[in-house]
Design a protein around this ligand. Structure first.
Ligand SMILES: Cc1cc2nc3c(=O)[nH]c(=O)nc-3n(C[C@H](O)[C@H](O)[C@H](O)COP(=O)(O)OP(=O)(O)OC[C@H]3O[C@@H](n4cnc5c(N)ncnc54)[C@H](O)[C@@H]3O)c2cc1C
Length: 411
């Protein structure tokens, strides 16, 4: 299929979709629209090496500018899509320009959730979603000082680790009783808490924010119900909201994400969606999920782009994501739901281990590796093979997972 393909959102999902559209359709007219002024770039380093190693912003670009010219992908950067006219098949841009499409992809990603205004405006609070946000935080951290990090999820903890590396004193306020509580079981939370405490991070759990104020000396003061924390810098990493306003205003189904099937199809046959903004059907998990993951954004977008051209293959992959804090690498495969039985492989005290989540039939449905990324490839294949495995063999780090996989495949 040829025709006009318009993509709104120039993040990893939008870029990857454009790339695959070109690979599969030499004739397609492809336009990638993004409201940020930059070429599509990688967000994961923003909370990590970008802050600590003063990584050059240009090195974050997913592809060089020449790629878009060579692939005949037209870029419209610094351009915000304001509305979709489904009947007229046009997109309205800020400034009044209208762009026609035959097939439209929404890859608008997420925005950082913000604290309620009722906390007060006396203290500027930093958030981290974009390169511009990261540049501001990096500049503020240059002078060290005291940082209060509101939120103990992946991004909050990565920023905490980066701030410690730069010599700042860090206190993390977490409203839940443990870290990363939505994504990982308690054993991993406890391991990560101990890791940060060894690096000198202080925590308040079950924290209820009361106010953002100024102390008598004029310094910012972050007040919880129990304590007041004077600081130089307040940063909040309290989750992200999918950018669904365009889709919603256009009458597409939205429910904490744009609702799409495993091909990225919305209810409109000419409008698709991909990446962090989607709540998509997962054939593997048997339900709709919304995941904020670099890999999902890239791989789902590739499948959706092919589907826009009529391909039949669905996006069917267990979600995978990673986080780096200090020298600790954690990778998570699947969703570690409460119904799963946790099985430990290796010794957390040794600093490298895996935690497997087994379903009622003894099959691996989720896995988390801690400084043990080399297990992840085989764990993914074991999960895909859906074979019931002997628990004692799985729990024994001396038994090679690849041997268990071979046995599962031949049995
Ligand atoms: C600090 C940080 C660290 C991260 N670390 C990790 C990690 O370690 N591991 C991991 O797996 N994932 C990580 N992630 C998540 C990962 O970056 C995202 O999953 C990924 O960026 C999603 O890609 P996307 O293209 O769907 O959305 P986005 O990257 O959000 O891109 C969407 C783009 O669309 C633009 N846009 C929105 N609305 C409009 C509009 N109306 N008009 C024009 N443009 C619009 C947005 O400004 C944005 O540029 C991290 C994210 C952040 C913020």
């Amino acid at each position: 299929m040829s025709g006009r393909f318009v993509i709104i959102g120039a993040g990893p999902a939008g870029m990857r979709a454009a790339e695959v559209l070109r690979q599969k359709s030499p004739e397609a007219d492809i336009l990638l629209i993004g409201d940020e002024p930059h070429l599509p770039y990688d967000r994961p380093p923003l909370s990590k090496a970008f802050i600590t190693d003063a990584l050059d912003a240009a090195r974050l670009a997913l592809k060089p500018e020449s790629f878009y010219a060579e692939q005949r992908i037209r870029l419209k950067l610094g351009a915000r899509a304001e509305a979709i006219d489904r009947a007229g098949k046009t997109v309205l841009l800020a400034g009044g320009e209208r762009v026609g499409y035959d097939r439209l992809l929404l890859a608008t990603g997420c925005s950082g959730r913000t604290l309620p205004a009722t906390l007060g405006t006396a203290v500027p609070v930093h958030y981290l979603r974009s390169l511009a946000d990261a540049e501001r935080i990096r500049a503020a951290l240059r002078s060290g000082g005291e940082v209060v990090m509101i939120g103990g999820g992946f991004i909050g903890l990565e920023i905490a680790a980066s701030a410690r590396k730069l010599g700042a004193a860090v206190t993390v306020l977490e409203m839940a009783p443990r870290l990363m509580s939505r994504a990982v079981p308690a054993l991993i939370s406890d391991f990560v808490r101990a890791l940060h405490e060894r690096h000198g991070v202080a925590f308040e759990f079950d924290a209820r924010l009361k106010a953002l104020a100024r102390g008598a000396d004029g310094r910012p003061l972050v007040e919880s119900a129990r304590h007041a924390y004077p600081c130089d810098l307040a940063i909040a990493g309290i989750g992200a909201e999918p950018n669904t306003a365009l889709a919603q205003a256009a009458g597409l189904a939205v429910e904490d994400g744009i609702c799409v099937d495993a091909w990225g199809r919305t209810g409109d046959p000419d409008i698709f969606a991909a990446g962090d903004v989607t709540r998509h059907d997962s054939p593997i998990l048997g339900r709709a999920i919304r995941i904020e993951s670099w890999q999902v954004a890239l791989n789902q977008a590739a499948i959706v782009a092919a589907a826009m051209l009529g391909a039949a293959e669905p996006y069917a992959e267990l979600p995978w994501l990673w986080t780096d804090q200090y020298d600790c690498n954690i990778q998570a495969l699947g969703l570690f739901e409460a119904r799963l039985e946790p099985l430990l492989r290796g010794d957390p005290a040794a600093g490298a281990f895996s935690l497997l989540g087994l379903d009622a039939e003894g099959r691996i449905a989720a896995a988390i590796t801690v400084n043990n990324g080399r297990d992840m490839g085989v764990l993914r294949r074991l999960a895909t093979a859906r074979a019931a495995l002997a628990k004692d063999a799985l729990a024994d780090p001396q038994r090679k997972l690849s041997d268990l996989l071979k046995a599962a495949r031949s049995g």
